[in-house]
Design a protein around this ligand. Sequence first.
Ligand SMILES: Cc1cc2nc3c(=O)[nH]c(=O)nc-3n(C[C@H](O)[C@H](O)[C@H](O)COP(=O)(O)O)c2cc1C
Length: 188
Amino acid sequence: MKQAHPRTLVVFFSRNGRTRRIAQALAERLHADVEEIHAVQSREGLLGYAQSALEAMAMLAPAIAAPRHDSAGYELVVIGSPVWCWSLSSPVRTWLLQAALPHARVAFFCTMGASGASRVFDTMASLTGKPPLATLALTEHEVDDGPTAAIDEFLRTLQGPLPKSRRATAQPARARRTVARAPAKARA
Ligand SMILES: Cc1cc2nc3c(=O)[nH]c(=O)nc-3n(C[C@H](O)[C@H](O)[C@H](O)COP(=O)(O)O)c2cc1C
């Protein structure tokens, strides 16, 4: 029997549009609602860059606009962030600190210049208190080059039946990591 789609939310922050592009592609294929996180203070220009870098390094949680969706009502929440200074972007940190995810399973994705994904995923797991079902890390080039096999594999994991070891009780280390092909050194 064909299973109905789990009620899914894709939530993300994007300063330059790459994380947004991946979020929209994932949402379309997951039949998901989309929540874009908006920082109250502009991230544009040199000042916005400097503020973003500072907040990420200091692990600050800046003000964000009120979310449009109540995360508590979803069975699967897919959370996306750019990598900032080898860290989670600060607006996503704020959202995670405020979000209620009582029933949801989670999956994480990020976009980046070259490195920092594993630290971002560890922070997301720590802030949600949940191991991800799957993770997806894409470099700017991979986003710009268009759909990758890594996106397909990430989606297959989320859409497939869940073996017991990947239910909410699984340890973070057992989660499947989907990292698009790139030189191993660039993944520190
Ligand atoms: C403040 C700041 C810090 C960044 N730090 C890193 C970093 O540590 N590692 C990295 O690979 N990319 C870094 N980047 C690049 C972004 O992660 C990358 O361009 C990402 O795709 C941007 O996503 P967006 O287009 O959704 O904003 C940084 C970008 C910004 C704005």
